[in-house]
Design a protein around this ligand. Structure first.
Ligand SMILES: C[S@@+](CC[C@H](N)C(=O)[O-])C[C@H]1O[C@@H](n2cnc3c(N)ncnc32)[C@H](O)[C@@H]1O
Length: 260
């Protein structure tokens, strides 16, 4: 199975549990909604829409727009509110089934870290109308570092994505021909009672790269105990931390007469 297919399967499997577990993701999406420009948009795309956290907020801001909610995990699209008036599209962000210059605004919350940005960002630029904005939230390096630290001593699996740093993201935006207008960064930490609930939560939002079941059977009891001890060593008075280094970006496709 390719890496992309594995990510897709992981999110499809998590779809039923996602909304209940993804409180940080909901907050990130809400903050991104607040950063959207007040424009008259004919077509708005929410790419990597998941279970549709942003649908109502996008509809409230762009009441007359065609709202396209795209995700490559069919079960995520199946979990949208049945009466929602968005058009759901099962599509991969690396190859969107949309015409050049046909979208007036792209919204994307916590999807792009799963993509090959050297393909997904030019694809966003391609479908944006010249001058149109793209607003996204993503995570940067240092995110989920507690998981890497805990597993680092016991196996050679990569347990988290190789998250980019901010200069690398900025360079990929430039290479894709997108102009960055505004970036906000902040650190958010979730706390868990124990290693098991931390890893289960990561799995419930579809973000686990090595399924917990596989992990526990292949690890063996002694290694699992080492992992738990390594998580416990990171414990604070609030519990075992899980860190997200968040970035919200407002950018646009340069238009005629735009020097960017
Ligand atoms: C962390 S969830 C975020 C979902 C939603 N935006 C939210 O804020 O709750 C990431 C979503 O991106 C989707 N995704 C990941 N890679 C994708 C790709 N290449 N094309 C389309 N969707 C993708 C996943 O299926 C998942 O629904």
């Amino acid at each position: 199975m390719t890496e992309l297919a594995a990510v897709r399967r992981s999110f499809s499997r998590a779809a039923n549990r996602y909304a209940a577990s993804a409180s940080l993701q909901r907050q990130v999406s809400d903050r991104l909604l607040d950063m959207l420009p007040p424009i008259a948009a004919g077509c708005v795309l929410d790419v990597g829409c998941g279970t549709g956290f942003a649908s109502a907020g996008l509809r409230a801001r762009y009441p007359d727009a065609l709202l396209l909610s795209a995700d490559f995990a069919p079960a995520m699209l199946g979990a949208h509110a049945p009466m929602a008036d968005n058009a759901r599209v099962c599509a991969d962000a690396h190859a969107l089934p949309l015409r050049d210059g046909s979208v007036d605004l792209i919204f994307s919350s916590l999807m792009l870290q799963w993509c090959d940005l050297s393909r997904a960002l030019p694809e966003c630029r391609r479908i944006l109308r010249p001058g149109a904005p793209m607003c996204f939230a993503t995570v940067l390096d240092g995110t989920l570092r507690e998981i890497d630290l805990a597993f680092g001593a016991v196996d050679r699996h990569r347990h988290t994505l190789p998250f980019l740093d901010e200069p690398s993201l900025a360079a990929l935006m430039r290479e894709a021909g997108l102009v960055v207008d505004h970036v906000e960064q902040s650190r958010q930490v979730e706390y868990f009672d124990d290693a098991r609930s931390l890893l289960q939560s990561n799995r419930d939002i579809g973000a686990s790269r090595v399924p917990l079941q596989t992990r526990r059977t292949t690890l063996g009891r002694a290694a699992w105990q080492s992992v738990c001890a390594a998580f416990d060593a990171q414990r604070t008075p609030q519990g075992i931390p899980l860190t997200y280094e968040l970035a919200w970006v407002v950018a646009h496709r340069p238009g005629n007469g735009d020097s960017g």
